[in-house]
Ligand binder design. Structure first.
Ligand SMILES: NC(=O)c1ccc[n+]([C@@H]2O[C@H](COP(=O)([O-])OP(=O)(O)OC[C@H]3O[C@@H](n4cnc5c(N)ncnc54)[C@H](O)[C@@H]3O)[C@@H](O)[C@H]2O)c1
Length: 253
């Protein structure tokens, strides 16, 4: 039996959204267990900060994932020098809080491009010949409790995240013959920049209810990073097509 599942020194992993919050926490933890990382974000300053804190084998790429047609070649070219991947984690995402009556189609499309279509495009790159390693390749997407349960004024975000669940399950079946695993983590509310940004749009009553919605309280970015690490590791070699709720009990109620 393998007894050192958390030695990632043989693993090359691409992480999007690495400049902040969950993506940053995941990058720092994977770097600390010696993974070789390709860090992706749109924000140069925060991306460089994460890169500076990671081990010397890590590299970075400044990419706008909303540019669906533009980013594929850039990422694929970078991977030619970086090496074939054992893991891909699509963490980058944006919120969009708006009730139906003020919903703007352009904004909905942007949310979908970053949160959902980018996941599909990155999976397409990953699964190309020579882009992935045969050593337990694993893809992890990040959805949300709002991919599982409803929430007022969150229809576009919920749509983008529940679509990831469909993608996860269908790709798990399609890619099983190649031994590529696809799973999704569905976080509850995590104390990150994104939560700061959206909590201003919630009314006071909802902000007060946030703690009650999480029987274990709000989460830390590391709580999600550890779940992602499990799904990338050889410990989860028989896990595919699953949606892992890490939400302090939010969806158990
Ligand atoms: N924070 C929460 O409470 C929470 C809860 C459930 C799910 N999530 C999901 O977790 C993921 C990470 O959230 P977070 O809280 O760490 O957010 P965050 O805002 O702290 O980090 C998101 C990162 O994605 C990057 N990004 C945004 N648009 C991009 C683009 N077009 N191209 C490349 N990079 C881009 C940002 O620059 C940022 O570094 C998101 O997908 C989010 O939907 C977060």
């Amino acid at each position: 039996m393998h007894n050192n599942f958390l030695d990632f020194s043989e693993k090359r992993i691409l992480i999007t959204g690495a400049g902040s919050g969950i993506g940053k926490a995941t990058a720092l933890y994977l770097s600390s267990i010696n993974a070789k990382l390709l860090l992706i974000d749109i924000n140069e300053e925060t991306l460089m900060e994460t890169h500076k804190s990671c081990n010397e084998n890590c590299d970075f790429l400044l990419v706008d994932l909303s540019d669906t047609h533009g980013f594929n070649d850039v990422v694929a070219n970078k991977l030619k020098s970086f090496g074939s991947l054992n893991g891909l984690v699509h963490v980058a995402g944006i919120p969009y809080v708006s009730p139906l009556k003020t919903l703007k189609t352009d904004s909905v499309e942007r949310v979908l491009r970053i949160n959902t279509i980018a996941a599909l495009e990155l999976a397409k790159i990953f699964t190309k010949h020579k882009m992935y390693s045969n050593n337990n390749p694993s893809i992890v997407f990040i959805s949300s409790v709002y991919g599982l349960v409803g929430s007022a004024a969150n229809v576009a975000y919920a749509m983008s995240k529940s679509a990831l669940h469909g993608i996860t399950k269908s790709l798990a079946i399609e890619l099983a013959p190649k031994n590529i695993r696809i799973n999704c983590v569905a976080p509850g509310f995590i104390k990150t920049q994104m939560l700061n940004d959206v909590s201003g749009a919630f009314d006071n009553e909802y902000n007060d209810r946030l703690n009650q919605l999480h029987p274990l309280g709000l989460g830390e970015a590391e709580d999600i990073a550890y779940g992602i690490t499990y799904l990338l590791s050889d410990m989860s070699k028989w896990v595919t097509g699953s949606i892992l709720s890490i939400d302090g009990g939010f969806t158990s109620q």
